[in-house]
Ligand binder design. Sequence first.
Ligand SMILES: Cc1ncc(C[n+]2csc(CCOP(=O)(O)OP(=O)(O)O)c2C)c(N)n1
Ligand SMILES: [Mg+2]
Length: 246
Amino acid sequence: MSVIDVLACLYLRHLNVSPETVDDPDRDRFVLSKGHAMEAYYAVLCHQGFLDLDDVKARFSKFGSPYIGHPNNKLPGIEMNSGSLGHGLPVAVGMALAGKMDHRDYRIYTIMGDGELAEGSVWEGAMAGPNFGLDNLCAIVDRNRLQISGSTEDVMVQDSQEERWAAFGWNVLSIDGNDLAAVDAALTLAAETKGKPTAIIANTVKGYGSPVMENKAPWHHQLPNVEQYAQITADFAARKEAVLRG
Ligand SMILES: Cc1ncc(C[n+]2csc(CCOP(=O)(O)OP(=O)(O)O)c2C)c(N)n1
Ligand SMILES: [Mg+2]
């Protein structure tokens, strides 16, 4: 839920790809580096017509089903298998460099978790992006300040991410990542920035949308009971109404 606003804004407003253009060499590319957020990604891919919601609901996580808990690149619209953290940015750097070498105008976006930033491979990609002047690349950090084992700052101090990405040579934008207007504005600015890649530090709330789950680490991998499920779905419905009104 922390990345749902970024994912929705990206696909509805910015990413130049559709079910008809998944093989077009000029399509924009997206890599969900924090692959465990696949359920949010399913919702967006279904909304945009890449996948059929009823089919996903019927076969999700069943034996032999392609609808697994992490991105599966056998599904239309999914560029890269992920789930093993730390690989999305290095691959996105390669895609962006290929775009430059082939003189194509497509853009690359990737979303990483903040706990994921403990992976060394992320920082190899962080060094390479500005080195090659990859202004077609936008890396989004889901800065929800929690990972499986608790607070990111307790596990591995990372403040300030803004200063770290700037020191590596990135254009840095720090936003409220659950504010759709702020996400939209940042993605627009990223596309306008020339000469260097953009890192968007999206300050988000894990479990955003329902106080039952918000900012509580165990919900990384927890099933709601019947009462919690009813409350969570009511909270999400209320947020949807508010977003549609506003
Ligand atoms: C290389 C690797 N190590 C461990 C895991 C197990 N794992 C899945 S999600 C996760 C927590 C990641 O935290 P964060 O990036 O902050 O994502 P969030 O929990 O906020 O969604 C871990 C350790 C993994 N998927 N890949
Ligand atoms: Mg996190």
